[in-house]
Write a new protein. Structure first.
Length: 209
């Protein structure tokens, strides 16, 4: 009887659904680098903790406060060489926009980041960023359009709403009006999570194929 029970347990374990363990890179700026509070409170670490319930995933936070698309592009080859990944979440462009960098430059840098990642077998989740309206409607509109254009061009998974749900709430923003507080990090993760779930489903489907 004991042997029969052990066999049932073994078969159940073998037939139980398992999640594929992906390696993730978060390539971002201060929003993902935990500016103004302990890094463990940031949305990337919350992401890491939530992933622990979905398999043995690895999350590498390669975000740097003040990072631009050009800076990230310059260090990406070395990053991918050292830490090849299945997925990369790109949360960049905010600093470029705040500094009034040319739209074409922002687009080209992000385009090269996506191209380089895909050439290394890394799929991209693109986080759409926003800038304050005081930069003028034309620049603001063109800035946001960059993310939609690249999403369509490369058929990326896009996070269409990231900061919007917290940026208008003073209780969730730091005094500079740019960086979310620690209390807002869970909301940021919730905004990214549907894209992450889509990525994990795609990974599972690729394994089955």
């Amino acid at each position: 009887m004991r042997q029969f029970f052990s066999l049932i347990v073994l078969l159940s374990a073998l037939l139980a659904p398992t999640s594929h363990a992906d390696r993730w890179i978060v390539l971002g700026d201060s929003i993902s680098a935990g500016y103004g509070f302990d890094l463990d409170q940031g949305w990337v670490n919350l992401f890491r903790e939530r992933l622990s319930d979905n398999g043995d995933h690895e999350v590498i936070n390669a975000s740097i406060s003040g990072e631009t698309t050009g800076g990230a592009l310059a260090r990406l080859p070395n990053l991918l060489a050292q830490k090849p990944a299945d997925w990369m979440i790109v949360e960049l462009g905010g600093n470029d926009g705040l500094r009034g960098y040319p739209i074409n430059s922002i687009r080209e840098n992000l385009d090269q980041i996506v191209t380089l990642a895909q050439a290394n077998g890394t799929q991209v989740i693109l986080v759409s960023m926003q800038i304050p309206p005081n930069y003028g409607p034309r620049y603001t509109r063109q800035f946001r359009a960059v993310y939609d254009e690249l999403t369509e061009k490369y058929e990326l998974i896009q996070v269409e709403i990231f900061l919007e749900t917290v940026a208008t709430d003073p209780e969730l923003m730091q005094n500079d009006g740019i960086h979310p507080k620690a209390e807002a990090q869970g909301e940021l993760l919730n905004n990214v999570w549907p894209a992450i779930e889509t990525a994990m489903l795609l990974s599972e489907e690729n394994i089955k194929d």
